[in-house]
Design a protein. Structure first.
Length: 285
């Protein structure tokens, strides 16, 4: 007797794979079945108990603390842990800029951050560059989303630190993942305490990882400066018209969008040009 063997349908294959995953998860304690359809992106974790990699933060601190010559290291407190920041005072300061670095870096990162924190101080703006929460080097955008509440605490602590010094004008400057964290802070706190926002390379995530929430740029009535490099990641460039539209909805006539020629996402070897661009815009405030 000849037995007919039919090729499995797409549906039967999908059910088989899902059932195997469920059975495996049941058989191995602590293993969770991934039943996400393969043609859909993963979703960020909802781990409300997520904490930064404090050990890595301490290593970063140890690496750079004694090497800071332009500025002073200050230890701030976010309500749970101390974290490092670098304050660089300007003579006859026009105001202060809180600077937020990109994913996994530190407040004196050579590309983008150091040129801004030192250069803006030379242009009359006291800078406070903040250590944001970090994870292991392999962590992706979705791994960082649960840390946004922790970053919010650090941004608020930085604002309080400047408030204690009677600094009246404060600009929030954020690069890459620091931009995601800054935008989450805006969702929770509005624009209270800041007089302008500068976003650098806004919208960068990772492959098949979409932004957790849209940027609330339309909720900002303070001036916004959106800067990205000519050789940026495609997602940042593609999103530029949408960011501009949201900024225009915010209604501030001083809000602008600019492209820095020849710059990549990290503004590598373009730190001086970036500082000049941001400083020139700040003069318009």
């Amino acid at each position: 007797m000849i037995r007919s063997i039919l090729a499995p349908t797409k549906t039967s294959l999908t059910l088989s794979v899902l059932m195997s995953a469920v059975l495996l998860a049941a058989a191995v304690p602590g293993l969770r079945a991934d039943t996400t359809p393969q043609n859909e992106p993963a979703l960020p974790s909802e781990n409300s108990a997520a904490v930064p990699d404090y050990a890595r933060e301490k290593r970063l601190d140890n690496e750079i603390r004694d090497a800071i010559f332009d500025g002073e290291v200050v230890d701030l407190y976010d309500g749970t842990e101390d974290f490092m920041a670098i304050q660089t005072d300007a003579d006859d300061a026009k105001g202060a800029a809180i600077i937020l670095h990109g994913r996994g870096f530190h407040p004196d990162w050579a590309d983008t951050i150091n040129p801004l924190r030192v250069g803006l101080a030379e242009q009359g703006w006291t800078t406070l560059s903040v250590q944001l929460p970090v994870l292991e080097k392999q962590a992706k955008y979705y791994d960082y989303v649960p840390l946004f509440p922790n970053a919010n605490l650090r941004i608020t602590a930085a604002l309080e630190h400047l408030k204690e010094q009677d600094i009246s004008t404060v600009v929030l400057i954020a690069h890459s993942c620091g931009g995601h964290m800054a935008m989450d802070w805006v969702r929770k706190h509005g624009e209270t305490g800041i007089d302008a926002f500068v976003g650098l390379g806004l919208g960068a995530t990772d492959y098949r990882q979409f932004m957790a929430e849209p940027f609330p740029l339309d909720k900002l009535t303070v001036p916004v400066f959106d800067v990205y490099g000519e050789n940026e990641y495609p997602a940042v460039i593609k999103m530029a018209p949408e960011r501009l539209k949201l900024m225009q909805a915010g209604g501030n006539a001083k809000s602008e969008q600019a492209v820095l020629p020849g710059a990549d996402h990290y503004f590598k070897e373009k730190g001086d040009e970036l500082t000049e661009l941001v400083s020139a815009w700040l003069e318009k405030l």
